[in-house]
Design a protein around this ligand. Structure first.
Ligand code: AMP
Length: 215
């Protein structure tokens, strides 16, 4: 099974990915997470990507596509989170699929209003060690500022108001048009992401199970 999770920054792709990967036995391929770890490791790829990630711009397509292609094995089961991000990347993904004699089973879109996305992004805090996500409004981190794992809880640099707005503009301009692209292929499903995370998970699973039962 190959799933693509689309949605604005802040729509809950990371949270939902964890649940879906556990339930369907998928490998989570999150391009944003990979870039952050490459940047932290100061690798050659990290050095190239750093300025783009910091300022909320898209990393050039060739770097992203090469990175993804190198991680998708023929016959593997994946959930793609944060890729593709524009039409050129969608075309590259189609090429990777053809090369692997595979196909995308479903593109799931987490639909969230821009104001809610901004609120979620700017109130989000993350443990630098285990990646646990907190939210100063709905799930405040402990007063110590430390996660249960002992890691320091921090705001992602690109979750500042200015950069979050930039990322949402990039999403509207470049990523949102992918909805029409995948609708035409009839593998697109949209889910209301403004609800409680567990309700969103239930809605996503219902779409996946419905499609699987038709095969
Ligand atoms: P995310 O964690 O998905 O919000 O991604 C964080 C940042 O990583 C983005 O703002 C981009 O700078 C970069 N990034 C992640 N995925 C992609 C992609 N598919 N194409 C280009 N840049 C990406």
């Amino acid at each position: 099974m190959i799933l693509v999770l689309l949605g604005a920054p802040g729509a809950g792709k990371g949270t939902q990915s964890k649940s879906l990967c556990a339930r369907y036995g998928l490998t989570h391929l999150a391009t944003g997470d990979i870039f952050r770890s490459e940047i932290a490791a100061k690798s050659a790829l990290g050095e190239k990507a750093s300025e783009y990630v910091k300022t909320g711009k898209l990393v050039p397509d060739n770097l992203v596509t090469e990175m993804v292609a190198g991680r998708i094995e023929p016959g593997g089961k994946y959930l793609l989170d944060g890729f593709p991000r524009n039409l050129a990347q969608a075309q590259s993904l189609a090429d990777i699929m053809t090369h692997n004699k595979a196909a995308i089973d479903m593109v799931l879109y987490l639909d969230l209003a821009r104001e809610e996305a901004i609120k979620r992004l700017t109130s989000r805090r993350i443990c630098g060690k285990c990646g646990e996500v907190y939210n100063v409004l709905t799930q405040p981190p402990p007063a110590s500022g430390l996660c249960a794992c002992g890691g320091k809880i921090e705001q992602r640099a690109d979750d500042s108001v200015e950069t979050a707005q930039k990322r949402l503009m990039v999403f509207d301009d470049l990523t949102k048009p992918l909805a029409a692209y995948y609708k035409a292929e009839q593998i697109f499903r949209s889910v209301d992401a403004a609800r409680d995370p567990s309700q969103v998970t239930a809605a996503l699973c219902s779409e996946i199970d419905k499609a699987a039962s038709k095969v």
